[in-house]
Design a protein around this ligand. Structure first.
Ligand code: ZN
Length: 168
């Protein structure tokens, strides 16, 4: 299992050192939304260009700890080019990853991570697009440190806000 943790650490460090989609987009037309995590001092500024109900482009700036910055980098890679329903499905899955582990603290170590949302969110799972978290699963180790969960979810909450604003 140490091998898996090493791999996860490597993915996180890679995104921290070589962030994807870092920069800015002209706003408007892009939505510019700022997020802040006072617990850690993390700051993220998202630029989200929504066109034809698709995340046509996304960039970010800001600064913070390695978890917040790598999570933002991974998030932008994951949602870029996605339709809005797919982007929302990713948000839900990622937040599920964070909260499932929050409940199951102490009981991890196995990689059997196919917990099909154990009914908690099944009501809305009817016509939700199939999405894979991919590299984002590297962040699941964060939930062992509850204070860092906000670092990991900061950019996702900021994205949620940007998508809402893009639709109004
Ligand atoms: Zn942080």
């Amino acid at each position: 299992m140490a091998g898996l943790e090493d791999l996860y650490r490597e993915i996180i460090l890679d995104h921290y050192r070589s962030p994807r989609n870092r920069g800015e987009l002209p706003s408007p037309p892009a939505q510019r939304v700022e997020g802040f995590n006072p617990l850690c001092g993390d700051e993220v500024i998202l630029f989200v260009d929504v066109r034809d109900a698709t995340v046509a482009d996304i960039r970010f700036s800001g600064q913070g700890c390695s978890i917040s910055q790598s999570s933002t980098s991974m998030m932008t890679s994951a949602v870029k080019g996605r339709t809005l329903p797919e982007a929302r499905a990713l948000i839900r899955r990622f937040k599920g990853l964070m909260s499932i582990h929050e409940q199951a603290l102490g009981g991890d170590g196995d990689d059997g991570y196919d917990v099909d949302d154990d009914g908690a969110e099944s009501a809305s799972g009817t016509d939700e697009p199939e999405v894979k978290l991919g590299d984002l699963e590297a962040l699941q180790g964060v939930v062992k440190f509850p204070v860092r969960i906000k670092c990991a979810t900061l950019s996702w909450n900021t994205l949620t806000q940007a998508l809402e604003e893009a639709e109004t």
